[in-house]
Design a protein around this ligand. Sequence first.
Ligand code: ARG
Length: 595
Amino acid sequence: MTQTLEQKINKKLEQTFEKLSLNPQYATVKTSDRPDLSDFQCNGALALAKSERKNPREIASQIAAELEQDSSFSKISVDGPGFINLSVSDKLLSDVMEDMSQDERLGCEKTNTPKTVVLDFGAPNVAKDMHVGHLRSAVIGESIQRLERFIGNKVISDTHLGDWGTPMGMIISEIMLAHPEWPFFDDDKKDGFPDSIPYAVEDLTEIYKAANARCKEDEAARQQARIITAKFQDGHPGYRALWQHLRRISVDAVKKNFDALDVHFDLWLGESDAHETCYKIMDLAQEKGASEKDDGAVIIRLGESNKPKPPVILQKTDGGFTYHITDIATIKMRVDDLHADEIIYFTDKRQALHFEQVFEAAEKLGLVKDVKLQHIGFGTVNGPDGKPFKTRDGGVMKLEALIDLSKEKVKESVPTAEDVAKDFGSVEEAQKYIDNLVDEIAIAAIKFQDLKNNTASGYIFEVDDFAKFDGKTGPYIQYAIARINSIMRKAATANIKEGSITITTKEERDLALKLAQLNTIIWRTHNDKEPSIISDYAYTLAQTFSTFYNAASIMNAESPEIVSSRLRLARLTRDVLKLLLYLLGIKAPEVMLKK
Ligand code: ARG
């Protein structure tokens, strides 16, 4: 494993601290707060002042004097109350770039303690269209999935479909009203379910809407839906068969949507899969004396921890299991069957209390010894008016409509097939390439727009700018990569090879220092579960490359050695940007076409 620049500097500091009999715990640097003064800073002397009973400047000067002996540093100064400002030599920086460019992980560390991490994201509800609200969960979850795998954890992703609640009972009830003659609705009929029932997912949405309206107005209809829900959960063969059928149609539609977004799951389990385990949870809660009857319902009281919370409801008065117990049962399954060390949930932050309650109940029931549970709550996607993002006519923005909108925007920047037919041999070939390209850019635009925003805060969907080729967008990063690809192709055609990296100019230096941050960025994103750290970095890296590229020619540099060195630096930048986009769940087209 190669060492990153920061690790190399920390190692040198550690040796110096030890030599001076100072606690090496404080021998660490971070990127300088004053890039005009230095590349890195070490604040260790300030932390040591107390235990050493010395003035921090004095300690800092001692350390600085030692470091002066090391030619790896080009500039060392003690500033302010005792900051040590350090700049690294071009030689050290060149060596680090060389190491990174030779390493297939681009110098990124793997975890020493691999964990089994279960990720719960996407989580749409069966029979309802996926809308822009499900977008964030899918997009953020997919990014964390890729990141956790990259650092070496074992990831198991599960979309945890909402496939078990009253909405399904309402739909079955509505279908019964339309088809009272269907024999499998009878309580004692076990067969007679036809091979195919003609419903598409759009029909289900309509049926659900009608059922919802009916139940709102009519208590008898509500009661009927509740009875049917309880019966299909209990295993009534006809209802179960219809439920299974409806679930299948929905899952197919959901899969199509997730495929379009390049979001993938290991498991397609749902709330229904936890049903049997819910009974075990009921027993366990009783054994442990954790549950009690409350007005006909079964609950677990919480709030012994510092923050009082409303009780968890395991079973409702009518005997039905709740969203709470389903999640508690699912935790048990993930620990017992999947051996999860960590379970992370990605939902709208309005579900924060739900997860606090579920986590505390799971703790109380002894289900999560040595298991870390985490809820990542995100804000809503809003329109320009600051209200949840809607279509132009005020309807809910469906995911498919959003992808279409993005494609329309992207097409504004991409040439027509006729314009570029000569590069592809024919209009048909050009069209094929463009269609795929538009897809990849459109998805990049949607995802990057989401992932460039801090997860916890909501964001306003920038309808006019999100798909542009310049500014802080996905297409801008894709374009930066494609531009380097084109440089590589030109070099290959001219038979020019990359060669060892030697940093000579300020722009090369800035680019190298930026590239050297990669490992820190990856690990910070992992610790904070915050993909916007990666998108920010990708954007500034692409900009830094642009400055480098505009400042001096690669192919017409002063000497063949510098040409080869810059070529390698460019290739490394391209590989880092590609990795970053991959970790955001975004594809990097080899060639971008721009009007
Ligand atoms: N289906 C739920 C919803 O759309 C989200 C489920 C999140 N995951 C979980 N294990 N509760 O609101």
